[in-house]
Ligand binder design. Structure first.
Ligand code: BES
Ligand code: MN
Ligand code: ZN
Length: 507
């Protein structure tokens, strides 16, 4: 299914003078309200075209607007300059640079420009390496093709060759280059997660998901172990097995270990991802409308698998374990039914009120297993609740967890990684909604605060460890194309999870 794992376009850095850059066109970010002299030499090279366009308001620097000018100056090797609107300077940072780069990447790719330069302005605030990393990630995100099963009328647009031009000379180019190397890995790994999310459930079964995830992470030195249904049964994972009962496809538990010799024994970051390769809802079946989207219900598991790859490639300084419970949620003849009681690997019992609340079930066993592997800090990622989409829409992932310092830490890392997240409360009073007459608790808590009660369910399996939960139900799949990201799978959380392994795990 996967032809090659690494698909990133070529990106290099240079600090050479602007006239000598040998590209077909040079992209230059431009802020709102800037005059033609904002970047020296450009207007002269355009023979006054830039001044004219700004004067006439044909181009104003509004985010994602483009203005193309030919280069009149024959001492330049680039034949065209393209100003790309960067919006307001005051709010521009690594996050906007990443988005701008994706817009630029899509523009260049759609026009089949072979060689594009990206001008890294010296007067943009922030660390050069960090900016170059974000730009690289953005350019690579533009190079994702979602149409792999099309047999005709499908132009596979090649990615341009990119040159990042550091305006400050060789020193800046070297600093930028460190960011490019990092950005390339994180961009590639995000695209791999998008590829997995895009894959239909008839090809990406739980077994195939395990094969793919093992290839993605295993290639880089992560130890990968795939447990089959018998091993899962021996571990007593009644929640994962319960969900898997309705399907003819057996479940898998995908386990990753990154334990480099130079890493101290603790902390151990534990990443857990929801790996439902298709969610019909089970006996509490979903309506037909939009159900095809539920092939992406393994986006959290894809994020964990692909983050593990990045973590190993970039040689994170700490130990990391990953756990992805993978199964279909189907309404087969042996499927669990509302009212059934399941026993988790941790020993706690659950009354299944709604078989469509399956993500929290498999994650309960997954979180428990991450603890058995020695995790000291937990983060789980899941397309968990429609209620989270109601609360935060499709822009922002819900962030839950405990204690507040750990949640805040994850929030900051996500911010830097370009994954929009926002904290949601886990007040104890909400727990009442999960009361069951027959078992320790129920798997649903009714409509009010649906994303919060789902998170509270998960908290029953975290053993009191620092734990953060990302509900990516709204953000894993873009329904509409944005200038800065095409529609389809987003690869959300890959970079956040990977970057976490490079931070000091406080608390
Ligand atoms: N996978 C869904 C959540 C989801 C909804 C993801 C929309 C992406 C887009 C999850 O398994 C689910 O079905 N949740 C139920 C829970 C309910 C039965 C308590 C939901 O949100 O409706
Ligand atoms: Mn469901
Ligand atoms: Zn689901």
């Amino acid at each position: 299914m996967m032809s090659s794992i690494t698909i990133s376009p070529s990106i290099s850095c240079t600090g050479a003078p602007i006239q000598t850059i040998d590209v077909d066109l040079l992209m230059v970010p431009w802020f709102e309200g800037e005059g033609p002299a904002a970047v020296p030499q450009l207007d002269a090279a355009s023979h006054g075209e830039i001044a004219r366009a700004i004067g006439s308001k044909e181009f104003s620097g509004r985010a994602y607007d483009f203005f193309v000018s030919t280069v009149g100056d024959s001492s330049w090797r680039a034949r065209r300059i393209v100003l790309v609107g960067a919006g307001q300077r005051a709010i521009f940072g690594a996050d906007s640079a990443r988005r701008l780069a994706t817009a630029v990447g899509l523009w260049g790719r759609q026009r089949r420009i072979p060689r594009v330069g990206f001008f890294l302005r010296t007067d943009i605030a922030g660390d050069t390496a960090e900016l170059a990393q974000a730009i690289t990630e953005g350019l690579i995100l533009a190079d994702f093709d979602a149409g792999r099963y099309k047999t005709k009328e499908h132009d596979i647009l090649p990615a341009p060759t990119w040159t990042i031009v550091a305006a400050n000379g060789e020193d800046a180019a070297n600093r930028a280059n460190a960011g490019v190397v990092r950005g390339q890995v994180l961009g590639d790994c995000t695209n791999l997660a998008r590829m997995l999310g895009n894959e239909p459930s008839n090809t990406l079964t739980p077994r195939e998901f395990a094969v793919q995830a093992a290839a993605i992470a295993g290639e880089t030195g992560v130890q990968v172990e795939v447990l089959d249904e018998h091993q899962i049964a021996r571990l007593g994972m009644g929640l994962l097995l319960g969900v898997a009962r309705g399907s003819s496809e057996p479940p898998r538990l995908i386990v990753f270990r990154y334990e480099p010799p130079f890493a101290p024994p603790t902390p151990v970051l534990g990443l857990v991802g929801k790996g439902i390769t298709f969610d019909t809802g089970g006996i509490s079946i979903k309506p037909a409308d939009g159900m095809e989207r539920m092939k992406d219900d393994m986006a959290g598991g894809a994020a964990v698998s692909c983050a593990m790859r990045a973590i190993a490639m970039l040689q994170a300084p700490i130990r990391v374990v990953g756990v992805v419970p993978a199964t279909e949620n189907m309404p087969g003849g042996r499927a669990i039914k509302p009212g059934d009681v399941l026993r988790s690997a941790s020993g706690k019992t659950v009354e299944v009120i709604n078989t469509d609340a399956e993500g929290r079930l498999i994650l309960g066993d997954g979180l428990w297993y991450a603890r058995q592997l020695g995790a000291t800090h937990l983060v789980d990622v899941a397309t968990l609740t429609g209620a989270c989409v109601v609360a935060l829409g499709k822009i922002t992932s819900g962030l839950f967890g405990t204690p507040p310092d750990w949640v805040e830490h994850v929030r900051r890392v996500a911010d830097r990684a370009g994954d929009r997240v926002w904290p949601m409360p886990l007040f104890d009073e909400y727990r009442e909604q999960l009361k069951s007459e027959i078992a320790d608790f129920a798997n649903t808590g009714g409509r009010p605060a649906g994303s919060i009660t789902a998170a509270l369910f998960l908290s029953e399996f975290t053993g009191g460890l620092p734990w953060a939960h990302l509900d990516i139900a709204g953000t894993a799949w873009l329904e509409e194309s944005k200038p800065y990201l095409p529609k389809g799978p987003s690869g959300v959380a890959v970079r956040t999870l990977a970057e976490l392994a490079f931070t000091k795990l406080e608390v």
